[in-house]
Design a protein around this ligand. Sequence first.
Ligand code: ATP
Ligand code: MG
Ligand code: MG
Ligand code: MG
Length: 477
Amino acid sequence: MQHSSIKAVLTNTPPLTEVTVNGWVRSFRSNRFIALNDGSTLNNIQCVVDFENFEEALLKQVTVGSALRITGTLIESQGRGQKFEVQVTDIFVHGSADPDTYPIQPKKHSMEFLRENAHLRIRTNTFSAIMRVRSALSFAVHQYFRENGFNYVHTPIITGSDAEGAGEMFRVSTLDAIAPPKTETGDIDYKQDFFGKETNLTVSGQLEAETYAMALGKVYTFGPTFRAENSNTSRHLAEFWMIEPEMAFYNLDDNMDLAEDFIKSVIGYILEHCQEDLEFLDKRLLDEEKNKPQAERSPMALIEKLKFVSENNFKRVSYTEAIDILRNSKPNKKKKFQFPIDEWGADLQSEHERYLVEKHFKCPVILFDYPANIKAFYMRLNEDGKTVRAMDILFPGIGEIVGGSQREERLDVLKEKIKALDIDEKELWWYLDLRKFGTAVHSGFGLGFERLVLFATGMGNIRDVIPFPRTPQNAEF
Ligand code: ATP
Ligand code: MG
Ligand code: MG
Ligand code: MG
Protein backbone atom coordinates (compact mmCIF):
# COMPACT_ATOMS: atom_id res chain seq x y z
CA MET A 1 0.00 0.00 0.00
CA GLN A 2 1.36 3.38 -0.99
CA HIS A 3 0.73 5.91 1.74
CA SER A 4 2.70 8.03 4.19
CA SER A 5 2.00 9.40 7.63
CA ILE A 6 1.00 13.05 7.63
CA LYS A 7 4.03 13.78 9.81
CA ALA A 8 6.34 12.25 7.20
CA VAL A 9 4.67 14.21 4.41
CA LEU A 10 4.89 17.50 6.28
CA THR A 11 8.49 17.02 7.37
CA ASN A 12 10.02 15.24 4.36
CA THR A 13 8.73 17.67 1.77
CA PRO A 14 9.82 17.64 -1.80
CA PRO A 15 10.94 15.49 -3.62
CA LEU A 16 7.54 14.01 -2.56
CA THR A 17 5.07 15.27 -5.11
CA GLU A 18 2.40 12.61 -5.40
CA VAL A 19 1.15 11.61 -1.93
CA THR A 20 -1.45 9.33 -0.42
CA VAL A 21 -2.48 9.92 3.17
CA ASN A 22 -5.14 8.44 5.44
CA GLY A 23 -6.75 10.17 8.37
CA TRP A 24 -9.80 11.66 10.02
CA VAL A 25 -11.34 14.96 9.00
CA ARG A 26 -10.91 17.70 11.59
CA SER A 27 -12.72 20.34 9.54
CA PHE A 28 -14.10 20.84 6.04
CA ARG A 29 -14.42 24.50 5.11
CA SER A 30 -16.26 26.01 2.14
CA ASN A 31 -16.63 22.58 0.52
CA ARG A 32 -13.00 23.08 -0.46
CA PHE A 33 -10.48 22.74 2.40
CA ILE A 34 -10.20 19.45 4.24
CA ALA A 35 -8.02 19.46 7.36
CA LEU A 36 -6.94 15.86 7.76
CA ASN A 37 -5.22 14.40 10.82
CA ASP A 38 -3.86 10.88 11.34
CA GLY A 39 -2.48 11.16 14.89
CA SER A 40 1.16 11.10 13.78
CA THR A 41 1.46 14.84 14.44
CA LEU A 42 -0.50 17.72 15.88
CA ASN A 43 -0.55 19.35 12.48
CA ASN A 44 -3.35 18.69 10.06
CA ILE A 45 -2.57 18.43 6.42
CA GLN A 46 -4.63 20.82 4.32
CA CYS A 47 -6.18 19.11 1.32
CA VAL A 48 -7.66 21.36 -1.35
CA VAL A 49 -10.62 19.97 -3.27
CA ASP A 50 -11.89 21.37 -6.56
CA PHE A 51 -15.46 20.39 -6.00
CA GLU A 52 -16.29 20.51 -9.74
CA ASN A 53 -14.06 17.44 -10.13
CA PHE A 54 -15.96 15.30 -7.61
CA GLU A 55 -19.43 13.81 -7.38
CA GLU A 56 -21.68 15.67 -4.97
CA ALA A 57 -22.67 12.35 -3.39
CA LEU A 58 -19.04 11.67 -2.52
CA LEU A 59 -18.42 15.14 -1.08
CA LYS A 60 -21.53 14.76 1.08
CA GLN A 61 -19.77 11.93 2.89
CA VAL A 62 -16.79 14.12 3.67
CA THR A 63 -17.85 15.29 7.11
CA VAL A 64 -16.03 16.19 10.31
CA GLY A 65 -14.94 12.90 11.87
CA SER A 66 -15.04 10.82 8.69
CA ALA A 67 -12.08 8.62 7.75
CA LEU A 68 -10.58 9.29 4.32
CA ARG A 69 -7.81 8.22 2.03
CA ILE A 70 -6.68 11.14 -0.03
CA THR A 71 -4.34 11.13 -3.00
CA GLY A 72 -3.02 14.28 -4.57
CA THR A 73 -0.12 16.48 -5.48
CA LEU A 74 1.88 18.15 -2.75
CA ILE A 75 2.30 21.80 -3.60
CA GLU A 76 3.48 24.92 -1.80
CA SER A 77 0.60 26.54 0.00
CA GLN A 78 -0.45 30.12 -0.66
CA GLY A 79 -2.49 30.19 2.55
CA ARG A 80 -1.20 31.13 5.96
CA GLY A 81 -0.42 28.52 8.63
CA GLN A 82 1.09 25.80 6.45
CA LYS A 83 3.94 25.49 4.02
CA PHE A 84 2.43 22.70 1.96
CA GLU A 85 -0.96 21.44 0.95
CA VAL A 86 -2.36 18.63 -1.14
CA GLN A 87 -4.16 19.34 -4.39
CA VAL A 88 -6.61 16.46 -4.23
CA THR A 89 -6.94 14.08 -7.19
CA ASP A 90 -8.71 11.20 -5.45
CA ILE A 91 -10.85 10.73 -2.34
CA PHE A 92 -11.80 7.39 -0.87
CA VAL A 93 -14.22 7.46 2.06
CA HIS A 94 -13.33 4.67 4.51
CA GLY A 95 -16.24 5.68 6.69
CA SER A 96 -18.36 8.79 7.01
CA ALA A 97 -19.50 10.35 10.32
CA ASP A 98 -22.97 11.75 10.87
CA PRO A 99 -22.39 15.46 11.46
CA ASP A 100 -25.44 15.71 13.72
CA THR A 101 -24.33 13.05 16.16
CA TYR A 102 -20.51 13.09 15.96
CA PRO A 103 -19.53 14.51 19.36
CA ILE A 104 -16.10 15.99 18.60
CA GLN A 105 -16.76 19.17 16.66
CA PRO A 106 -14.11 21.76 15.79
CA LYS A 107 -14.75 23.89 18.88
CA LYS A 108 -13.67 23.92 22.51
CA HIS A 109 -15.35 21.17 24.55
CA SER A 110 -15.40 21.01 28.33
CA MET A 111 -13.13 18.47 30.02
CA GLU A 112 -16.18 16.84 31.66
CA PHE A 113 -17.81 16.35 28.26
CA LEU A 114 -14.62 14.89 26.85
CA ARG A 115 -14.25 12.48 29.80
CA GLU A 116 -17.69 11.12 29.02
CA ASN A 117 -16.43 10.53 25.49
CA ALA A 118 -13.13 8.93 26.46
CA HIS A 119 -13.26 6.78 23.29
CA LEU A 120 -13.31 9.83 21.00
CA ARG A 121 -11.56 12.55 23.01
CA ILE A 122 -8.26 11.27 21.66
CA ARG A 123 -9.24 12.90 18.34
CA THR A 124 -8.65 16.34 19.84
CA ASN A 125 -5.29 18.12 19.79
CA THR A 126 -5.07 18.27 23.57
CA PHE A 127 -5.61 14.55 24.09
CA SER A 128 -3.52 13.39 21.18
CA ALA A 129 -0.65 15.55 22.47
CA ILE A 130 -1.03 14.19 26.02
CA MET A 131 -1.17 10.60 24.87
CA ARG A 132 1.86 10.93 22.59
CA VAL A 133 3.80 12.40 25.51
CA ARG A 134 2.55 9.58 27.74
CA SER A 135 3.68 7.02 25.20
CA ALA A 136 7.11 8.65 24.85
CA LEU A 137 7.52 8.80 28.64
CA SER A 138 6.66 5.15 28.93
CA PHE A 139 9.29 4.33 26.32
CA ALA A 140 11.81 6.51 28.18
CA VAL A 141 11.11 4.59 31.40
CA HIS A 142 12.01 1.27 29.81
CA GLN A 143 14.98 2.77 28.03
CA TYR A 144 16.39 4.27 31.23
CA PHE A 145 16.22 1.02 33.14
CA ARG A 146 17.53 -1.02 30.26
CA GLU A 147 20.53 1.29 29.87
CA ASN A 148 21.20 1.12 33.60
CA GLY A 149 21.34 -2.65 33.94
CA PHE A 150 17.84 -3.36 35.26
CA ASN A 151 15.69 -6.34 34.35
CA TYR A 152 11.97 -5.83 33.80
CA VAL A 153 9.89 -8.12 35.99
CA HIS A 154 6.16 -8.68 35.68
CA THR A 155 4.75 -8.87 39.16
CA PRO A 156 1.28 -10.39 39.62
CA ILE A 157 -1.93 -8.43 39.29
CA ILE A 158 -3.92 -10.90 41.37
CA THR A 159 -2.27 -11.43 44.71
CA GLY A 160 -2.92 -12.41 48.30
CA SER A 161 -0.63 -9.78 49.76
CA ASP A 162 -1.50 -6.26 50.85
CA ALA A 163 1.87 -4.61 50.49
CA GLU A 164 0.93 -1.31 52.07
CA GLY A 165 -1.22 -2.64 54.88
CA ALA A 166 -3.51 0.30 54.17
CA GLY A 167 -6.56 -1.82 53.37
CA GLU A 168 -7.08 -0.22 49.96
CA MET A 169 -7.54 -3.45 48.03
CA PHE A 170 -10.22 -4.40 45.55
CA ARG A 171 -11.29 -7.94 46.32
CA VAL A 172 -11.16 -10.51 43.53
CA SER A 173 -12.98 -13.12 45.60
CA THR A 174 -16.14 -12.75 47.64
CA LEU A 175 -15.20 -15.44 50.19
CA ASP A 176 -18.59 -15.53 51.73
CA ALA A 177 -18.23 -18.59 53.96
CA ILE A 178 -21.93 -18.80 54.77
CA ALA A 179 -23.30 -18.42 51.25
CA PRO A 180 -20.46 -18.83 48.76
CA PRO A 181 -21.49 -18.02 45.19
CA LYS A 182 -22.67 -21.19 43.40
CA THR A 183 -23.00 -22.14 39.77
CA GLU A 184 -26.25 -23.58 38.34
CA THR A 185 -25.00 -27.08 39.10
CA GLY A 186 -24.48 -26.22 42.77
CA ASP A 187 -20.66 -26.11 42.73
CA ILE A 188 -18.77 -23.17 44.18
CA ASP A 189 -18.45 -20.60 41.40
CA TYR A 190 -14.74 -20.08 41.03
CA LYS A 191 -15.29 -17.26 38.59
CA GLN A 192 -16.64 -15.26 41.49
CA ASP A 193 -14.51 -16.71 44.24
CA PHE A 194 -11.06 -17.23 42.73
CA PHE A 195 -10.69 -20.90 43.61
CA GLY A 196 -11.80 -20.19 47.15
CA LYS A 197 -8.60 -18.23 47.90
CA GLU A 198 -8.50 -14.79 49.44
CA THR A 199 -7.19 -12.59 46.66
CA ASN A 200 -7.23 -8.97 45.59
CA LEU A 201 -5.92 -6.71 42.87
CA THR A 202 -2.38 -5.57 43.54
CA VAL A 203 -1.84 -2.25 45.34
CA SER A 204 1.92 -2.42 44.69
CA GLY A 205 4.32 -4.91 43.15
CA GLN A 206 7.02 -4.07 45.65
CA LEU A 207 7.11 -7.14 47.87
CA GLU A 208 7.23 -9.45 44.86
CA ALA A 209 9.79 -7.20 43.14
CA GLU A 210 11.99 -7.50 46.24
CA THR A 211 12.20 -11.25 45.71
CA TYR A 212 13.53 -10.68 42.21
CA ALA A 213 15.98 -7.97 43.30
CA MET A 214 17.41 -10.45 45.77
CA ALA A 215 18.45 -12.64 42.86
CA LEU A 216 18.79 -10.44 39.78
CA GLY A 217 20.19 -7.39 41.58
CA LYS A 218 18.38 -4.53 39.89
CA VAL A 219 14.82 -4.95 38.67
CA TYR A 220 11.77 -2.83 38.01
CA THR A 221 8.11 -3.44 37.51
CA PHE A 222 5.87 -1.09 35.56
CA GLY A 223 2.26 -2.09 35.42
CA PRO A 224 -1.32 -1.48 36.44
CA THR A 225 -1.97 -0.96 40.13
CA PHE A 226 -5.29 -0.72 41.91
CA ARG A 227 -6.42 1.14 44.98
CA ALA A 228 -9.90 1.04 46.37
CA GLU A 229 -9.99 4.67 47.32
CA ASN A 230 -13.31 6.34 46.96
CA SER A 231 -11.54 9.64 46.68
CA ASN A 232 -12.55 12.22 44.17
CA THR A 233 -9.27 14.08 44.13
CA SER A 234 -7.49 15.26 41.02
CA ARG A 235 -4.47 13.12 42.01
CA HIS A 236 -6.00 9.68 42.66
CA LEU A 237 -7.36 6.98 40.39
CA ALA A 238 -8.71 3.53 41.26
CA GLU A 239 -6.48 2.08 38.51
CA PHE A 240 -3.13 3.65 37.76
CA TRP A 241 0.28 2.59 36.48
CA MET A 242 3.18 2.40 38.85
CA ILE A 243 6.91 2.27 38.15
CA GLU A 244 8.66 0.34 40.90
CA PRO A 245 12.43 -0.26 40.76
CA GLU A 246 13.98 -2.43 43.46
CA MET A 247 17.74 -2.70 43.96
CA ALA A 248 19.84 -5.09 46.03
CA PHE A 249 22.79 -3.49 47.87
CA TYR A 250 21.33 0.05 47.55
CA ASN A 251 20.90 2.13 50.70
CA LEU A 252 18.56 5.10 51.03
CA ASP A 253 21.09 7.58 49.61
CA ASP A 254 21.65 5.39 46.56
CA ASN A 255 17.88 5.10 46.22
CA MET A 256 17.39 8.88 46.30
CA ASP A 257 20.20 9.36 43.77
CA LEU A 258 18.58 6.87 41.43
CA ALA A 259 15.09 8.34 41.74
CA GLU A 260 16.34 11.84 41.03
CA ASP A 261 18.48 10.77 38.09
CA PHE A 262 15.62 8.70 36.69
CA ILE A 263 13.09 11.53 36.78
CA LYS A 264 15.54 14.01 35.25
CA SER A 265 16.41 11.58 32.53
CA VAL A 266 12.85 10.77 31.43
CA ILE A 267 11.87 14.45 31.49
CA GLY A 268 14.99 15.17 29.43
CA TYR A 269 13.86 12.53 26.96
CA ILE A 270 10.50 14.16 26.26
CA LEU A 271 12.06 17.61 26.05
CA GLU A 272 14.15 16.21 23.25
CA HIS A 273 11.54 14.05 21.52
CA CYS A 274 8.16 15.70 22.12
CA GLN A 275 8.94 19.30 21.30
CA GLU A 276 5.91 19.92 19.09
CA ASP A 277 3.44 18.47 21.61
CA LEU A 278 5.06 20.21 24.58
CA GLU A 279 4.94 23.56 22.80
CA PHE A 280 1.26 23.03 22.16
CA LEU A 281 0.60 22.05 25.80
CA ASP A 282 2.69 24.98 26.98
CA LYS A 283 0.53 27.39 25.02
CA ARG A 284 -2.64 25.68 26.21
CA LEU A 285 -1.54 26.07 29.82
CA LEU A 286 -0.66 29.70 29.27
CA ASP A 287 -4.18 30.37 27.97
CA GLU A 288 -5.63 28.65 31.04
CA GLU A 289 -3.39 30.52 33.44
CA LYS A 290 -4.63 33.83 32.04
CA ASN A 291 -8.06 33.05 33.49
CA LYS A 292 -6.65 32.55 36.98
CA PRO A 293 -6.07 35.25 39.58
CA GLN A 294 -2.47 36.46 39.56
CA ALA A 295 -1.63 34.84 42.91
CA GLU A 296 -2.60 31.36 41.70
CA ARG A 297 -0.73 31.49 38.43
CA SER A 298 2.18 29.16 37.96
CA PRO A 299 5.46 31.08 38.10
CA MET A 300 6.89 29.10 35.19
CA ALA A 301 5.65 28.01 31.80
CA LEU A 302 5.54 24.27 31.13
CA ILE A 303 8.72 23.78 29.12
CA GLU A 304 10.62 26.14 31.41
CA LYS A 305 9.45 24.06 34.38
CA LEU A 306 10.48 20.79 32.74
CA LYS A 307 13.91 22.18 31.93
CA PHE A 308 14.30 23.47 35.47
CA VAL A 309 13.52 20.05 36.93
CA SER A 310 15.76 18.18 34.53
CA GLU A 311 18.73 20.48 35.16
CA ASN A 312 18.63 21.37 38.88
CA ASN A 313 19.23 19.32 42.00
CA PHE A 314 16.27 18.34 44.12
CA LYS A 315 16.43 19.62 47.69
CA ARG A 316 16.91 16.86 50.29
CA VAL A 317 15.45 17.56 53.71
CA SER A 318 14.81 15.28 56.67
CA TYR A 319 11.30 15.06 58.06
CA THR A 320 12.54 16.63 61.31
CA GLU A 321 14.04 19.63 59.49
CA ALA A 322 10.81 19.99 57.47
CA ILE A 323 8.73 20.10 60.64
CA ASP A 324 10.97 22.86 61.99
CA ILE A 325 10.56 24.86 58.81
CA LEU A 326 6.78 24.44 58.88
CA ARG A 327 6.53 25.35 62.56
CA ASN A 328 8.29 28.63 61.92
CA SER A 329 6.64 29.60 58.70
CA LYS A 330 3.75 31.91 57.99
CA PRO A 331 2.22 30.71 54.73
CA ASN A 332 -0.32 33.52 54.54
CA LYS A 333 2.02 36.30 55.65
CA LYS A 334 -0.12 36.88 58.76
CA LYS A 335 -1.01 33.51 60.20
CA LYS A 336 0.53 30.08 60.62
CA PHE A 337 -0.88 26.88 59.14
CA GLN A 338 -4.37 25.88 60.07
CA PHE A 339 -3.01 22.47 60.97
CA PRO A 340 -0.02 23.55 63.00
CA ILE A 341 2.71 20.96 62.99
CA ASP A 342 3.49 21.25 66.64
CA GLU A 343 3.91 17.63 67.25
CA TRP A 344 6.79 15.68 65.85
CA GLY A 345 5.36 12.48 64.41
CA ALA A 346 2.34 13.89 62.61
CA ASP A 347 1.88 13.03 58.95
CA LEU A 348 2.25 15.97 56.57
CA GLN A 349 -0.90 17.17 54.86
CA SER A 350 -0.71 18.06 51.18
CA GLU A 351 -0.97 21.72 52.22
CA HIS A 352 2.35 21.34 54.08
CA GLU A 353 4.01 19.45 51.25
CA ARG A 354 3.00 22.07 48.72
CA TYR A 355 4.22 24.88 50.95
CA LEU A 356 7.67 23.29 51.22
CA VAL A 357 7.94 22.75 47.47
CA GLU A 358 6.20 25.77 46.01
CA LYS A 359 6.88 28.51 48.55
CA HIS A 360 9.86 27.58 50.70
CA PHE A 361 12.32 25.69 48.49
CA LYS A 362 10.79 26.45 45.09
CA CYS A 363 12.08 23.18 43.64
CA PRO A 364 11.34 19.45 43.92
CA VAL A 365 11.99 18.22 47.45
CA ILE A 366 13.00 14.80 48.75
CA LEU A 367 11.84 14.34 52.32
CA PHE A 368 13.51 11.48 54.18
CA ASP A 369 13.73 9.76 57.58
CA TYR A 370 10.05 9.81 58.47
CA PRO A 371 8.63 8.72 61.83
CA ALA A 372 8.25 4.93 61.78
CA ASN A 373 4.63 5.01 62.93
CA ILE A 374 3.34 6.80 59.83
CA LYS A 375 5.09 4.54 57.30
CA ALA A 376 4.68 0.93 56.12
CA PHE A 377 6.05 -2.03 58.10
CA TYR A 378 8.80 -2.99 55.64
CA MET A 379 10.87 0.18 55.96
CA ARG A 380 14.34 0.07 57.52
CA LEU A 381 14.33 1.27 61.13
CA ASN A 382 17.03 3.84 61.85
CA GLU A 383 19.40 3.50 64.78
CA ASP A 384 17.37 6.11 66.70
CA GLY A 385 14.57 3.54 66.92
CA LYS A 386 12.00 6.22 65.96
CA THR A 387 12.50 6.99 62.30
CA VAL A 388 12.65 4.86 59.17
CA ARG A 389 14.71 5.22 56.01
CA ALA A 390 11.76 6.38 53.95
CA MET A 391 11.69 9.05 51.31
CA ASP A 392 8.94 10.89 49.46
CA ILE A 393 9.59 13.07 46.43
CA LEU A 394 7.35 16.12 46.28
CA PHE A 395 6.76 18.04 43.07
CA PRO A 396 5.45 21.54 42.42
CA GLY A 397 1.77 21.50 41.48
CA ILE A 398 1.53 17.77 42.13
CA GLY A 399 2.60 16.97 45.69
CA GLU A 400 3.81 13.40 46.27
CA ILE A 401 5.11 11.80 43.11
CA VAL A 402 7.38 9.11 44.62
CA GLY A 403 7.27 7.06 47.80
CA GLY A 404 10.27 4.88 48.54
CA SER A 405 12.50 3.43 51.22
CA GLN A 406 15.39 1.26 52.20
CA ARG A 407 13.79 -2.04 53.21
CA GLU A 408 14.20 -3.69 56.61
CA GLU A 409 16.72 -6.44 55.93
CA ARG A 410 17.02 -7.78 59.50
CA LEU A 411 14.83 -10.80 60.19
CA ASP A 412 14.39 -10.17 63.92
CA VAL A 413 13.46 -6.49 63.52
CA LEU A 414 11.03 -7.27 60.71
CA LYS A 415 9.38 -10.03 62.73
CA GLU A 416 8.93 -7.65 65.66
CA LYS A 417 7.24 -5.09 63.41
CA ILE A 418 4.94 -7.65 61.86
CA LYS A 419 3.96 -8.84 65.30
CA ALA A 420 3.28 -5.33 66.56
CA LEU A 421 0.92 -4.78 63.61
CA ASP A 422 -0.92 -8.02 64.32
CA ILE A 423 -0.08 -9.42 60.89
CA ASP A 424 0.11 -13.21 60.74
CA GLU A 425 3.74 -14.16 60.06
CA LYS A 426 2.55 -17.13 58.03
CA GLU A 427 1.07 -14.82 55.41
CA LEU A 428 4.51 -13.37 54.75
CA TRP A 429 6.60 -16.56 55.05
CA TRP A 430 8.02 -16.09 51.57
CA TYR A 431 8.91 -12.45 52.28
CA LEU A 432 10.63 -13.41 55.55
CA ASP A 433 12.59 -16.10 53.68
CA LEU A 434 14.47 -13.32 51.89
CA ARG A 435 15.79 -12.22 55.28
CA LYS A 436 16.55 -15.80 56.32
CA PHE A 437 18.50 -16.78 53.25
CA GLY A 438 21.19 -14.35 52.16
CA THR A 439 19.69 -11.08 53.32
CA ALA A 440 21.26 -7.78 52.24
CA VAL A 441 20.62 -4.06 52.31
CA HIS A 442 18.18 -3.19 49.53
CA SER A 443 15.93 -0.33 48.48
CA GLY A 444 13.33 0.77 45.99
CA PHE A 445 10.59 3.24 45.24
CA GLY A 446 7.20 3.59 43.60
CA LEU A 447 6.43 6.38 41.18
CA GLY A 448 2.87 6.93 40.03
CA PHE A 449 3.17 7.12 36.26
CA GLU A 450 0.09 9.35 35.85
CA ARG A 451 1.49 11.87 38.34
CA LEU A 452 4.59 12.05 36.17
CA VAL A 453 2.45 12.52 33.06
CA LEU A 454 0.45 15.21 34.88
CA PHE A 455 3.64 17.09 35.59
CA ALA A 456 5.01 16.55 32.10
CA THR A 457 1.89 17.82 30.34
CA GLY A 458 0.86 20.57 32.76
CA MET A 459 -2.64 19.10 32.99
CA GLY A 460 -4.65 19.71 36.16
CA ASN A 461 -6.58 16.47 36.59
CA ILE A 462 -5.22 12.93 36.65
CA ARG A 463 -8.30 11.70 34.76
CA ASP A 464 -7.06 13.50 31.68
CA VAL A 465 -3.68 11.78 31.44
CA ILE A 466 -4.81 8.13 31.36
CA PRO A 467 -6.78 6.80 28.38
CA PHE A 468 -9.68 5.33 30.33
CA PRO A 469 -9.81 6.71 33.88
CA ARG A 470 -11.17 4.33 36.51
CA THR A 471 -12.82 6.46 39.14
CA PRO A 472 -16.06 6.10 41.07
CA GLN A 473 -17.80 7.68 38.04
CA ASN A 474 -16.02 6.07 35.12
CA ALA A 475 -15.93 2.31 34.80
CA GLU A 476 -18.26 1.65 31.89
CA PHE A 477 -15.59 1.18 29.22
P1 ATP B 1 -0.95 9.62 48.30
O1 ATP B 1 -0.37 10.12 49.58
O2 ATP B 1 -0.91 10.62 47.20
O3 ATP B 1 -2.30 8.97 48.48
P2 ATP B 1 0.43 7.20 48.72
O4 ATP B 1 1.44 7.63 49.75
O5 ATP B 1 -0.80 6.51 49.20
O6 ATP B 1 0.03 8.45 47.79
P3 ATP B 1 2.29 5.19 47.80
O7 ATP B 1 1.71 4.00 48.45
O8 ATP B 1 3.49 5.82 48.40
O9 ATP B 1 1.13 6.29 47.61
O10 ATP B 1 2.50 4.84 46.25
C1 ATP B 1 3.60 5.29 45.48
C2 ATP B 1 3.19 6.31 44.43
O11 ATP B 1 2.07 5.87 43.66
C3 ATP B 1 2.74 7.63 44.99
O12 ATP B 1 3.83 8.42 45.34
C4 ATP B 1 1.94 8.20 43.84
O13 ATP B 1 2.79 8.76 42.86
C5 ATP B 1 1.29 6.98 43.25
N1 ATP B 1 -0.11 6.79 43.69
C6 ATP B 1 -0.55 6.32 44.87
N2 ATP B 1 -1.88 6.22 44.92
C7 ATP B 1 -2.32 6.62 43.70
C8 ATP B 1 -3.61 6.72 43.10
N3 ATP B 1 -4.70 6.36 43.75
N4 ATP B 1 -3.69 7.17 41.83
C9 ATP B 1 -2.59 7.52 41.14
N5 ATP B 1 -1.34 7.44 41.65
C10 ATP B 1 -1.19 6.99 42.91
MG1 MG C 1 -2.73 7.13 49.28
MG1 MG D 1 1.41 9.60 50.69
MG1 MG E 1 3.56 7.39 49.75
